[in-house]
Design a protein around this ligand. Structure first.
Ligand code: DC
Length: 247
């Protein structure tokens, strides 16, 4: 296997890091920091479901129509959706594009957050996204966050983290993040959205949000970003050492 070297000069084996958990637990913050530190690719799988939701909204399609739509019709609709990731040159972080247009800001709107869970519960949509996500991981050296990454997308991932935090901590974090991005929302709206999404994501029939049996729980209610990064890097050091010995 090719070896790559990380910014700290330590030789790394490219591995797959799967980060799952409830909404607004800081998955993407940790995933981005890890990808940067290790020189890995970062893929935000939630952004893919959000981009699909944005497309349906642009087409004026309602969730009830999508839920009732025959599968072959839905497949044709999905054929018209092209999702890619491009690197933002300022931040160095990958951002989602929908049919060639950067959609990173639009997909964070609360209108999308309110619709994305039921949209992502539709099996044909999940299958299409999961196939795409798997293709991104073919060469390893990737950090992906979402709800079913450790269970469905990369069940063989070398590191699986399951993130959680107290509800009020999560709501406050998401509220601050949205405010910073210029979205006018109330804490109540954010709290309601988080609870509804947790419920839908956990109770859907197709690859529901679950902790993989071999995932390591990271409750970050009382941890800052550096502490979370250190926690994950310690685990990765161990995995890297084991892989180097094994190869
Ligand atoms: O990570 P996020 O909050 O941006 O994700 C938005 C929604 O997408 C989430 O409520 C459920 C869905 N999702 C999913 O079903 N599976 C994933 N792997 C990632 C997200």
């Amino acid at each position: 296997m090719n070896q790559i070297s990380d910014p700290s000069g330590v030789t790394n084996v490219p591995i797959v890091i799967a980060i799952d958990g409830f909404s607004s637990c800081g998955k993407s913050t940790l995933a981005k920091a890890l990808a940067k530190k290790l020189g890995f690719r970062y893929i935000d799988s939630g952004a893919m479901y959000r981009a699909v939701t944005l497309y349906f909204l642009q087409q004026g399609l309602k969730i009830e129509q999508l839920q009732r739509m025959p599968e072959d019709e839905l497949e044709k609709l999905l054929d018209r959706i092209h999702i890619t990731f491009e690197i933002n040159e300022l931040s160095g972080i990958s951002e989602v594009t929908l049919n060639g247009v950067n959609a990173e800001k639009q997909i964070r709107d609360l209108r999308i957050s309110d619709l994305v869970s039921p949209v992502s519960a539709i099996p044909a949509i999940r299958h299409r996204m999961v196939d795409l996500q798997k293709s991104y991981g073919a060469k390893k050296g990737i950090v992906m966050d979402g709800r079913d990454i450790g269970t469905t997308v990369f069940p063989q991932a070398e590191l699986k983290l399951f993130m959680t935090a107290r509800k009020e901590v999560r709501a406050k974090r998401r509220f601050d993040e949205l405010n910073e991005k210029g979205f006018m929302v109330t804490v109540d709206e954010v709290q309601r959205n988080i609870s509804e999404r947790d419920h839908t994501d956990t109770n859907r029939s197709e690859s529901p949000l679950r902790q993989a049996e071999d995932a390591i729980i990271l409750d970050n209610s009382n941890l800052n970003q550096q502490e979370q990064l250190d926690f994950a890097l310690n685990l990765i050091d161990r995995i890297m050492a084991e892989s180097t010995h094994a190869s």
